[in-house]
Design a protein around this ligand. Structure first.
Ligand code: OFO
Length: 168
């Protein structure tokens, strides 16, 4: 049985994860608008990942006999200026999500809520991977420049990405 505070915070996190998906969909739309279909695919797959993160929390609340609340989502940014800016913002966003997951873990520790600590361990590991992905791509983009052959090679590679639910 979760505390009311934990239930409310996890419901907020469901919203945050769905918003992440929304934000990445907006990035996918920008990449498609500059004819980088592979990068667009990367963010579409990322949106599926975020939905998976949200649903993992959703099912956890149900399992714990807690109420799930679905909140409305804010309009994400749409006026991106470059591919590099997109990845800078995506990395910044993942760092923000990491701090949210850490806050949840702080609460779970404070409340001696071992079940939620165990669940959050999965998200902590996932965030290391998510930040590394965004940082790795940002560095490559900075290395090859916003346009040119390097970007087209990356675009071809990212077109291959598909959604694989991460290890549970
Ligand atoms: Fe991108 O990790 Fe969830 O939000």
């Amino acid at each position: 049985m979760l505390s009311k505070k934990m239930m409310d915070k996890i419901n907020q996190q469901i919203k945050n994860e769905l918003y992440s998906g929304h934000y990445y969909l907006s990035m996918a739309a920008y990449c498609a608008s500059i004819d980088l279909e592979g990068f667009s695919n990367f963010f579409m797959v990322q949106e599926q990942e975020e939905r998976f993160h949200a649903m993992k929390f959703f099912h956890y609340l149900v399992e714990q006999g807690s109420d799930v609340v679905i909140y409305g989502l804010d309009q994400p940014k749409t006026d991106f200026k470059s591919l590099e800016e997109v990845f800078q913002l995506a990395l910044k966003h993942e760092q923000l999500v990491t701090s949210m997951i850490n806050d949840l873990m702080d609460l779970a520790i404070e409340e001696h809520d071992y079940a939620t600590q165990s669940l959050l361990k999965w998200y902590i590991d996932e965030q290391v991977e998510e930040e590394a992905n965004m940082l790795g791509l940002l560095k490559k983009i900075q290395m090859v420049g916003d346009r040119g052959n390097g970007i087209f090679m990356m675009d071809r590679e990212l077109a291959q990405r598909s959604f694989k639910p991460s290890k549970e």
